[in-house]
Write a protein that binds this ligand. Structure first.
Ligand code: C5P
Length: 340
């Protein structure tokens, strides 16, 4: 027997990059939202030792650098158990595209391996292993709408947003996340300590204050999520609420900071944002550091048309929906299957 787990992707609804920390990571704030597009991760355990990764997509590493491998190794140590672990990954999500595929695959491995071993890690141990392997893993232990703080690994479930129609478009350009952070640091060097002979113009050239931007994000998010709960007649449920939230999202101007360094370097990605805007998307943004750009749509038909148009112009695109927490957990286990 093997255990299959759906490994859903995520998008970032706004992302603010804060100060570079002493540990080499950046403080950040973001809202993660899981989406219904998924890979499938199948894990089986037999007698013996070793971890084997199998994936037909040759962009996915099958060695110890794979996040699934790293999670499996840590779980075996944590549970003080042994076994021959086979992890088969079936890709449908963009690889290195900013939708968290590798992180999600790793968390799916965790869920599947626990089932196969018939042992559960305590929740704090799951979280420890997930955040050790990568900043984007813990969100997948929650699913739905999630606030990310710290280096992105500290996660808090938010009240779930309703499901939005959405298009995920991934131009064929590789964006490295560490390089995008480095470009950000070049663009916004840390504010120099104020000295008495410093000219005012020097200060104006520097970052308005990464800590200020971070707290501004909290305010805009608060404004956004509370805007649609006013007693002024905005419905609190159903698609009308989704539409009201979408309009408010645009109004509050929540953005992804990576756009300001990624778009100038890769104009093709900016073009995809423009194409989605012209296709009638209510809100368009880069996801993570890209290259995926997503558009949120008011209806399924315009999302499908936009995805079709982009695919025809050689930009791989898929129409999908955002996935609230309850559905995320309901659809995680498609059922046990026989090992091949
Ligand atoms: O945690 P993760 O493996 O996703 O991070 C990959 C790289 O991205 C880190 O080594 C670091 O260079 C950069 N990073 C960062 N600040 C974050 C998250 C990632 O600088 N908050």
């Amino acid at each position: 027997m093997a255990t299959s787990v759906r490994s859903f992707g995520k998008i970032n609804l706004g992302l603010k990059i804060g100060p570079l920390r002493e540990d080499g990571f950046h403080e950040l704030r973001t809202i993660y939202q899981t989406i219904a597009l998924s890979d499938t991760v199948r894990v089986d355990v037999s007698k013996g030792v070793g971890i084997e990764i199998v994936c037909k997509d040759n962009r996915v590493p099958c060695d110890e650098s794979n996040t699934c491998w790293r999670v499996a190794d840590r779980i075996l140590r944590s549970l003080k158990t042994r076994g021959k672990i086979r992890i088969a990954i079936e890709k449908r999500l963009p690889v290195q595209g900013g939708v968290g595929a590798a992180s999600s695959n790793a968390v799916a491995t965790m869920m599947a391996l626990e089932k196969e071993l018939k042992q559960q890690l305590p929740p704090e141990e799951r979280l420890r292993i997930a955040s050790e392997v990568g900043s984007d893993l813990p969100l997948f232990l929650m699913g739905g709408t999630v606030l990310g703080t710290g280096r992105g690994e500290q996660v808090y479930p938010l009240e779930d947003l309703p499901s939005f129609h959405c298009v995920i478009a991934t131009p064929k350009v590789g964006v490295s996340t560490p390089a995008a952070f480095a470009d950000w640091d070049k663009k916004w060097p840390a504010k120099p300590a104020k000295s008495t002979d410093q000219k005012l113009t020097d200060l104006k050239l520097t970052d308005p204050g990464s800590s200020d931007r971070i707290s501004m994000f909290s305010r805009t998010v608060y404004e956004w999520l509370n805007g649609s709960y006013t007693p002024t007649g905005v419905p609190s449920k159903g698609w009308d609420r989704a539409e009201a939230l979408l309009l408010d999202l645009v109004r509050t101007g929540i953005e992804n900071d990576f756009e300001s360094v990624v778009f100038p370097k890769y104009p093709a990605i900016r073009e995809v944002k423009r194409a989605l805007e012209h296709s009638g998307a209510k809100y368009v943004s880069l996801s993570g550091s890209g290259s995926t750009v997503y558009g949120l749509f008011a209806d399924q038909e315009s999302a499908a048309t936009a995805a079709h148009k982009l695919t025809e112009s050689d930009v791989p695109a898929q129409a999908t929906v955002t996935l609230p927490r309850e559905e995320y957990w309901k659809e995680l286990f498609p059922g046990r299957v026989n090992a091949a």
